[in-house]
Design a protein around this ligand. Structure first.
Ligand SMILES: O=C(O)COP(=O)(O)O
Ligand SMILES: [Mg+2]
Length: 228
């Protein structure tokens, strides 16, 4: 029985993968889940203040995982990663002529940069610095420990006292692969990265936010957890 649905933000709740426009029908759909007793949570590389704001006003109650797994909130705030040296934001942006996100001021452990294109030189630099580097398709992320959304999702599910089989996750990019390893039912949106679709139990026909609407309908009809 699905008791918790965890949703990525950029590229999954938006109208498309290169957009910051929230697909409002996806929010309305997820609210229907909550009305049917299935809590909804957010999982993203965005900072805690951004995610807490979205979570509050979307009126979801399943908690959140911010900074690509490093910050977890569900009735209480838990930091799961080691803090990063914030001076790396300026260093990385100078070396690779990328823009340090305004959100980095409000982050502890995961720093993000645009444009999101990861180069071999960046990967080599991160390796030499002992840093973890990845791209969500919206931003490049560096962090100190081998973070990834999975460690935050595991903590959130623990705070819910649920089994992973009771949790469904929806995502679009390679940063959602670690997330998917911690949930029972893995859903990739139709326009998601090929590597995410490969590990998904289900790929929506629709893209991004419309894909969320599609999967919510299936959940409410009991089509995804063997109820019919
Ligand atoms: O890259 C980001 O900061 C946000 O991306 P996500 O919500 O898809 O994790
Ligand atoms: Mg995403």
């Amino acid at each position: 029985m699905i008791r918790l649905v965890l949703v990525d933000v950029d590229g999954t709740l938006t109208v498309d993968r290169n957009s910051y426009e929230i697909e409002l029908s996806a929010i309305e759909s997820l609210r229907r889940l909550e009305k049917n007793g299935i809590k909804v949570g957010l999982v993203s590389g965005n900072s805690y203040p951004v995610l807490r704001g979205l979570y509050t006003y979307f009126y979801f109650h399943g908690g959140l995982v911010a900074e690509n797994g490093c910050i977890v909130y569900y009735n209480k705030l838990v930091r799961v990663c080691e803090p990063i040296d914030k001076s790396l934001a300026e260093k990385f942006s100078k070396i690779f002529s990328v823009i340090s996100s305004w959100q980095n001021e409000f982050k502890c452990c995961d720093l993000s940069f645009t444009p999101p294109t990861l180069s071999d030189k960046m990967i080599e630099w991160a390796k030499n610095m002992g840093l973890y580097i990845k791209s969500s398709g919206y931003a490049i992320h560096i962090s100190k420990s081998q973070t990834g959304k999975g460690i935050g999702v595991r903590k959130l599910i623990e705070l819910h006292n649920l089994d992973k089989s009771e949790v469904l996750g929806i995502g679009d990019s390679s940063t959602d692969i670690e997330f998917f390893q911690e949930v029972g039912i893995k859903v990739a949106v139709g326009n998601g990265d090929e590597e995410v679709k490969k590990v998904a139990n289900y790929v929506t026909l629709n893209n991004s936010g419309k894909g969320v609407v599609e999967i919510v309908d299936k959940i409410l009809k009991g089509e995804l957890d063997g109820r019919n």
